[in-house]
Design a protein around this ligand. Structure first.
Ligand code: ARG
Length: 463
């Protein structure tokens, strides 16, 4: 049998292989809600414009509602020979209400239909993700406030550099996530135009009201060019690009958590909720959740790459290539939602091991810069000279196998006899972080101020 929807000029049914490559129902059935919502908006507008009768529109809308509940309760039979979600829904509508079903597709095409459905799905996903990022920020700010003065080593090159506060470290991620949210918000603004009514590619001769359908579907307005409307998949690319950058941030954070909860670091304790044991080594507590979060960037960036390559070189306007836009976008954005939920749970449960962190913060001559700064301030030494003197103090401490603050005053005076007892006031890690009061610096005072600023901003944004 030839296809019931477009089979008019075909005498034979499609080859089985053709169906295999052509059918998208297995994955685009995920768009059923958007498809039905889009059809209801379209037929509402058609009736208002006198293009179909109010009676037909009412029957169509009832039928569509029935189909939505059939899909939701699992009684709907999806058919691969009907290719995609659009034709599956329309064929069922015909079974349910007969002739009026055929009027739904007036002044539209599957090209503008799929562009609208997919855009609605991506828009929902972006809204969900943006809210999840805000929630993760909220948890991070709570952690920052709770541990504003907990000292830990700050690293460059993964080598102890200078002591910092745990709260400051948490707030670094709050800033990253703010930029991620900005990218999603920005993408949303650009994607919020409705392609419905562009029809196949050229618009339609029916007196439709595209502003009305756009409004019914929560868009800011209709897209302005019918060719671009059916050819554009930037909205998905932008969402995937934003997700890739944000997943990259999650990967960095997850890597820190993996390092921090290794026995050698022991900086934090993860809850049992996000760790697993080993089937052979009873002592193990593996940070599987963090490792998986670290890995998710792979498929998310992969989806961005895949869709870019699919779209590359496509001439105006719609080409069937574009059916390959959906599967990986669904997969990537849904996986990212799980990633964010897991990260939020993990961070909420994560407890810094305060004593271990403090000891580590003082190791590796981490207050060497504080010594150099003291030499500049107290002795008016040029910084370059102070750097040199401090280097000699570090070498001496290393020779003695002690930390800087464990050198005696005599030891320090053997390097420069102008050094006084006062130097010891800057060599402790607590003094070190408290002195970092410059704007954006790590002092507990700064951390509390920034955390409070974020708290009120996030509370405002949650409304
Ligand atoms: N399943 C198709 C897709 O996902 C719908 C659009 C088909 N349009 C067409 N002219 N064959 O892209």
């Amino acid at each position: 049998m030839s296809n019931q929807m477009w089979g008019g000029r075909f005498s034979e049914g499609p080859d089985a292989l053709m169906e295999e490559i052509n059918a998208s129902i297995e994955f685009d059935k995920k768009l059923y809600r958007q498809d039905i919502e889009g059809s209801k908006a379209h037929v509402t507008m058609l009736a208002e414009q006198g293009i179909v009768t109010e009676a037909d529109a009412a029957e169509i809308k009832n039928g569509l509602d029935k189909i939505a509940s059939e899909i939701e309760d699992g009684s709907f039979t999806f058919s691969r020979s009907l290719e995609d979600i659009h034709m599956n829904v329309e064929a069922r509508l015909r079974e349910l209400i007969g002739t009026p079903a055929g009027r739904l597709h007036t002044a539209r095409s599957r090209n503008d239909q799929v562009a609208t459905d997919f855009r609605l799905w991506v828009r929902d996903a972006v809204d969900t993700i943006e809210g999840q990022l805000r929630e993760l920020q909220t948890i991070l700010v709570e952690k920052a406030l709770a541990h504003a003065s907990v000292v830990m080593p700050g690293f460059t090159h993964l080598q102890s550099a200078q002591p910092v506060t745990f709260g400051h470290h948490m707030l670094a991620y709050v800033e990253m996530l703010a930029r991620d949210r900005g990218r999603f918000q920005d993408a949303r603004k650009r994607m919020n135009e409705c392609p419905l009514g562009a029809a196949a590619l050229a618009g339609t001769s029916f007196p439709i009201d595209r502003h009305r359908t756009a409004g019914l579907l929560g868009f800011d307005g209709p897209t302005a060019n019918s060719l671009d409307s059916v050819a554009d998949r930037d909205f998905a690319l932008e969402a995937l690009a934003a997700a890739s950058i944000s997943a990259l941030h999650m990967s960095r954070f997850a890597e820190e958590i993996v390092i921090w909860c290794s026995a050698q670091f022991n900086f934090v304790t993860l809850s049992d909720r996000f760790t697993t044991g080993s089937s052979i080594m009873p002592q193990k507590r593996n940070p599987d959740a963090a490792e998986l979060v670290r890995a998710k960037i792979g498929r998310i960036l992969g989806a961005f790459n895949a869709l870019s390559v699919v779209m590359k070189g496509l001439p105006m306007t719609y080409s069937k290539d574009m059916q390959e836009d959906k599967e990986q976008t669904f997969d990537a954005l849904e996986n990212f939602m799980v990633t964010l939920a897991v990260m939020t749970g993990m961070v909420a449960d994560l407890e810094p091991n305060v004593k271990v962190l403090k000891k580590a913060a003082g190791s590796g001559y981490s207050t060497a810069t504080d010594l150099a700064d003291w030499l500049v301030r107290a002795l008016n030494m040029p910084f370059r000279d102070a750097h040199h003197v401090t280097g000699r103090a570090v070498a001496l401490a290393s020779e003695r196998s002690v930390e800087l603050h464990k050198l005696s005053l005599e030891d320090l005076q053997s390097i420069d006899d102008r050094i006084t007892q006062d130097v010891f006031t800057v060599l402790s890690v607590d003094k070190s972080v408290r002195s970092r009061l410059s704007y954006g610096g790590t002092s507990p005072v700064n951390v509390r101020k920034q955390a409070k600023r974020w708290q009120s901003r996030l509370a405002r944004e949650a409304k």
